[in-house]
Design a protein around this ligand. Structure first.
Ligand code: ADP
Ligand code: MG
Length: 242
């Protein structure tokens, strides 16, 4: 899918936790229909950046603009309603609900307005979309780990996001599950979804990202195609730890 206009603008974003600057003056744009990788070593500020975009954390300074709408000080449910949805690094499904109910719950704060039977039909479609057909009535506790991951994805898609944030969605998958997981994200990319992908798995970054932003110690150190940034000496140094 050809990429479009910039849809999300992140401007001079910073987050301080006491004396620690977890994210330091980071700016980037995300184009419609692109998969933008946000990569960097452990503790570099990736999740903190994702948390600020989704509203889970308030930025210390900077701005987050989606299609001209300022999301910077908005609450998480308002941001979801505006069209940003996310998965969490640790799966956050609601264990007391069924698989289908979890997906429906994911859509509640979305910006789509559906009613009655339509809600259920749409949720069932999403379950099929992520490979969970036939599992709707199961309690979440009966799902395998990868199926919980699939559910987490369906839940994030339920709000019909303009921008989908995936924070290490592939983490914890075994090698064969990883292939399935990468294929699933690839199919979302194929559909033209706009995604910010935080990932450690290099194969995933190489095959899925149109462009990568690399941060280290909270600051941007490189930006470009996966091949370019992953062969950049400064990026290699950052990953090896200096
Ligand atoms: P990444 O996702 O890139 O591994 P994080 O964004 O989780 O990194 O963390 C960036 C830095 O901010 C780390 O040093 C981490 O310890 C710190 N940090 C993250 N969240 C908090 C918090 N709620 N309070 C204090 N420090 C935090
Ligand atoms: Mg993280």
């Amino acid at each position: 899918m050809t990429q479009g206009q910039p849809i999300l603008h992140v401007e001079s974003l910073s987050k301080r936790f006491g004396g620690l600057v977890a994210v330091n003056n980071v700016s980037f744009q995300v184009l419609e229909h692109e998969v933008m990788g946000l990569i960097g070593p452990n503790g570099s500020g990736k999740s903190t950046t994702m948390n600020m975009i989704s509203g889970a954390l308030k930025p210390s300074s900077g701005a987050i603009i989606l299609k001209g709408q300022d999301l910077t000080r908005k609450k998480p449910h308002e941001i979801a309603r505006s069209g940003v949805s996310r998965t969490f690094q640790l799966v956050r499904i609601l264990p007391e609900l069924t698989v289908l109910e979890n997906v429906i719950a994911g859509g509640v704060f979305g910006h789509a307005r559906r009613w009655g039977k339509e809600v259920e039909t749409f949720a069932a479609e999403l379950l099929a979309r992520v490979g969970l057909e036939g599992q709707s009535g199961k309690p979440v506790s009966a799902l395998t780990y990868i199926d919980q991951k699939r559910l987490e994805l369906a839940r994030a898609l339920a709000s019909e996001p303009e921008v989908l944030l995936l924070d290490e969605w592939l983490a914890g998958l075994n090698p064969s599950e990883l292939t399935v997981g990468i294929d699933l994200i690839a199919s979302l990319r194929q559909e033209g979804r706009t995604i910010i992908l935080v990932e450690h798995v290099m194969d995933a970054i190489r095959s899925l990202c149109d462009r990568c932003l690399v941060i280290n110690s909270g600051a941007r150190i490189a930006e470009g195609t996966p091949e370019d940034v992953l062969s950049d000496p400064e990026v290699i140094r950052a990953y090896l730890g200096d």
